[in-house]
Each structure stands twice: as C-alpha cells, then as structure tokens.
Design a protein around this ligand. Structure first.
Ligand SMILES: Cc1cc2nc3c(=O)[nH]c(=O)nc-3n(C[C@H](O)[C@H](O)[C@H](O)COP(=O)(O)O)c2cc1C
Length: 297
C-alpha cells in the first residue's frame, strides 16, 4: 500500500516531517555569519547543497519557522552583511554542532556556546570553525525567499571564494578521503548518518562507457528470481556481452561443467544455481565473469 499525500491536505508540520524523513541524508552547512555591528552567529542548516563549480555555488536555506513563522538570525545577518563561511561537520563535532542549533537570543555567539574556535577568514568577515575539516568562505549573491508563511524557504545563494581543507583528510593523491572526512548528515527527526566504515561504498561512474541497459538483458536474466535490481544494474552497465567462444570456453570450467551435467534435465535448478554463482561474482565486482556464467543458462 502506498500513502499519497498532498501538501494542501495536511498541516505544514506533518508534510515537513515526511519531506525531511524522505530527503535524507542531507549534508549540513554549519554557517557562520555576522551582523552589521559585528556580532557573530553560528548555526547548522541541512537544506544545503552544491549547485555548480564555475562559478562555485552553494545554497542553504534558513527557513521561516513552521511553528511561529519567525525568521532565523542567520537570515537577518546575511541581509545585513552578505558574507558567510560554510563549515563542514564531521562526527567529532556533531554534538557541538547540535548545541549550536539552540535558539539562543540574537547576539549570542554560538562559537562560544558550542565551545568551538573562531579562526580568522581571509576574504570575509565571519570567522570559520577551526575544528571543521573543510570550510568555504563565501559571498552571498542573492537571497531568494519562496513564500511568506511558516516553513517558507529563503534560498541563500553563495559564491565560494576560498576553500580551506585540513590536510589530514587528504589521500596521498591529494583527494578528499571520505573515511577521513567522516562527515555527518541529517536524516528525519533526531536521526543523523555518519559517512564512515561500512556506510561507504563505490559505484563506478558510467562516464566513458555506454552500458547496454537492463532492457537489453536476456529475459531469463532480467526475470531472475535470484538477481536483484543492483545486480541487474551492474550487468546492464557492460557495453557488450561476451562472445560465443568465451562463453563456450567458460563452460569447460569444472564447477560450471558439473552444474550443467547435474541439472541437464532441470532447467529451473540450473538457472537458479548459475544465477546464485553469478550473484557472488557480481558481489566481488567480477562482472565479465558473471556474464560468462549467466550465458550458460
Ligand atoms: C543538523 C541541523 C540542520 C538544520 N537545518 C536547518 C535548515 O536547513 N533550515 C533551517 O531553517 N533550520 C535548520 N536547523 C535549525 C537551525 O539550526 C536553528 O533554527 C538555529 O537556531 C538557527 O539559528 P539562528 O537563528 O541563529 O540563525 C537545523 C538544525 C540542525 C541541528
């Protein structure tokens, strides 16, 4: 059963909860800003992402409160001084970041409340968070409100002027290592997500290849009772199926030959066993070999 809900038929708070539960994990912009008299603010925003790299642009949204339609100090600050530092949050500082989200009175510096260190920025007035693994100094290009009621977005569109990276999170090749970054992201309610350990995995980008697509897989493979959507995705990512000769050669492998003989009068069991075997190969990213197995059936 599917629950289908129009935003018009439920209270904003209810829709908000479904949205945030589903659009997850969301990265967190830990934003430092400053007002016209120089009072510093630091608050997290998970309505946040990157949108281009030339010019490098990121957007976050200090929304109007669903509860009482009030606006956030960060929004007021960027209207006065259109500069921010967007700091990236790692697991080590997640509790301090959460503390900084407390609705302190205007003028209270959450760097102080959360016990984080102000580091002078190069191009902008708000300081960056010294403990953050990455920080972006940004100028605010535009503040774009969308709506005026509780829950309305205020898109703060920023151009990145500088990026500061803690070198200890870099690989030897100079790339940001996801496990060293140890980023945290926001889910629905009180849930967070840590991009670390088993949560990290790779999927090869199909940039240079044009996979045949799942629609081109043989029927028996496509409707397999063993292979999952992820397995089919890997199989459909090859550019061509192995040729007949390679398939025949592979049939001589003892384990394959044994299967072909054992299930010669039982096609269903043969397919099941071949697909199980191929599934293990796919799990080890041995896609070509998986194809040689599957084409035996
Ligand atoms: C992880 C996290 C993500 C948040 N994301 C947002 C967000 O995207 N937009 C928003 O308006 N408030 C968000 N909040 C709530 C604000 O951080 C909170 O209202 C804060 O007090 C605003 O501070 P300010 O009024 O000093 O700007 C988030 C809070 C947390 C802990």
């Amino acid at each position: 059963m599917i629950k289908t809900i129009s935003p018009k038929e439920v209270p904003t708070a209810t829709f908000h909860r479904y949205m945030l539960g589903a659009i997850a994990p969301r990265p967190i912009a830990f934003v430092s800003s400053i007002d016209r008299v120089g009072q510093i603010n630091l608050s997290p925003f998970s309505f946040f992402n990157a949108f281009g790299s030339n010019p490098p642009v990121l957007v976050f949204s200090p929304s109007r409160r669903v509860r009482d339609n009030t606006t956030k100090h960060t929004l007021e600050n960027v209207s006065e001084v259109p500069e921010v530092v967007v700091n990236i949050v790692n697991y080590e500082m997640v509790q301090q970041m959460s503390l900084a989200s407390t609705e302190y009175e205007r003028g209270i510096n959450e760097f102080v409340k959360a016990g984080l260190t102000e580091e002078r920025s190069v191009f902008v007035k708000p300081p960056r968070v010294k403990e953050a693994p990455v920080a972006f100094e940004c100028k605010v290009l535009e503040i774009r409100p969308i709506g005026e009621e509780g829950g309305a977005a205020n898109l703060v569109i920023c151009e990145i002027l500088l990026i500061h990276i803690d070198e200890t999170i870099l690989t030897e090749g100079g790339e940001i290592a996801p496990d060293k970054l140890d980023a945290v992201a926001r889910m629905g309610g009180d849930w967070y997500c840590r991009a670390n350990g088993n949560a990290l995995f790779k999927v090869k980008k199909p940039i240079k290849t044009k996979g045949i697509g799942i629609d081109q897989l043989p029927e028996k493979v496509r409707h397999s009772v063993v292979l999952t959507g992820n397995d089919l995705g890997k199989l459909g990512n090859v550019e061509a199926l192995p040729d007949e000769g390679a398939v025949q050669d592979y049939a001589m492998r003892p384990e394959i030959e044994e299967m072909l003989v054992r299930f010669q009068n039982d096609e269903e069991s043969l397919l099941f066993n071949l697909h199980e075997y191929a599934k293990d190969l796919l799990a080890a990213d041995r896609v070509e070999e998986a194809w040689l197995v599957l084409l035996q059936g």
